[in-house]
Ligand binder design. Structure first.
Ligand code: BDR
Ligand code: CA
Length: 316
């Protein structure tokens, strides 16, 4: 049975790859994109979301703009990682369509509440929209099917501070609310995503296929690869967000542990740090399933196959 999904996103180079993967995957039906601040402003992210959908001839999918600021923290965008416009060196035509009227948070609530037990929410940006939805309509906890979150770094070092991952660091208070909400959560932290490195040969594999998708992937990831080379000495680029999307229909790509996970919101050097209580020192029940092991090549092959199929479908 196809899974109905909503993606809450800050597009974003790897976010755009997650959106394309959703469109390429018959196992899921993409019901909408809700945009949040993060890699770029919510306004720019909305333009990017619309352009990516048009690139893939999927302009019928609704896009809604959401929160442009974290709950408590000051804004933090990521132009050095994703480029000034959020999509690296890619420059897609301005979208013909506009975002749907209304707020992304209201849309999230309306979709989840009118389809009880049906909607899988894939959250691949800072969790501000999701936290706001929880406050406005707490019953989404019982009505959402599952929430798959790309965020956190459990045993892994941070990618934004030594101890914190980007999505969590940008809005740690929102992450705190979501982690403790009681929603059925699967967390996809850097522990697994940092094993998924897309390299030049992978991108070359898509060359020559029809549609603008291979060129978009090449232009966007070239910037991302330069960032990874300069800042992290990684040959290639880590594609975090599409892994979270893939786990909605291919959970066997990862191994999971049920854990009690929390996030530091006390400020200081460990602000936004995520940790699991592996030895049960805190004596708390598990609040999520955490992906801690992965078969990276299997995921990358799936991702590339799906991009080939989507390019052929869109180009024909
Ligand atoms: C996360 O932060 C963003 O830069 C990426 O899009 C991803 O969602 C990885 O830490
Ligand atoms: Ca993201």
């Amino acid at each position: 049975m196809t899974k109905r999904i909503l993606i809450d996103t800050d597009p974003g180079i790897d976010d755009s790859l997650a959106i394309l993967l959703a469109l390429a995957s018959p196992e899921v039906k993409l019901e909408g994109l809700t945009v949040v601040h993060g890699n770029c402003s919510a306004e720019q992210g909305t333009v990017n979301a619309l352009s990516i959908l048009e690139l893939a001839k999927a302009e019928h999918i609704p896009v809604l703009t959401g929160c442009d600021l974290p709950l408590v923290q000051p804004s933090l965008l990521a132009p050095e990682t994703h480029g000034g416009q959020g999509l690296g060196y890619a420059s897609l035509p301005s979208p013909r369509n506009q975002a749907r009227a209304g707020h992304a948070v209201d849309f999230l609530i309306e979709q989840i509440m009118s389809n009880p037990g049906e909607i899988t929410l894939v959250a691949i940006g800072p969790l501000t929209n999701v936290a706001m939805a929880l406050r406005l309509e707490p019953r989404i906890v019982q009505n959402v099917k599952e929430v798959v979150i790309m965020g956190g770094a459990i045993r892994h070092e941070g990618n934004t501070t030594p101890m914190a991952e980007f999505n969590t660091f940008v809005d740690p208070h929102a992450a705190h609310m979501v982690y403790h909400s009681g929603m059925p959560i699967t967390l996809v932290p850097l522990d697994v995503t940092y094993q998924v490195v897309l390299n030049h040969a992978d991108v070359d594999r898509l060359k020559g296929l029809p549609s603008g998708i291979p060129q978009f992937i090449e232009d966007a990831t070239r910037f991302y690869m330069e960032f990874h080379d300069e800042y992290q000495q990684i040959d290639g680029c880590v594609i975090n967000d599409p892994l979270a999307l893939a786990l909605t229909f291919a959970p066997e790509l990862c191994n999971y542990e049920e854990q009690y996970v929390d996030v530091d919101i006390n400020g200081g050097v460990s602000m936004g740090n995520t940790f699991a209580d592996f030895y049960k020192a805190l004596n708390q029940p598990a609040n999520m399933k955490v992906a801690l092991g992965i078969r990276p090549r299997q995921f990358l092959d799936l991702f590339l196959e799906r991009m080939e199929q989507l390019s052929k479908r869109v180009g024909s």
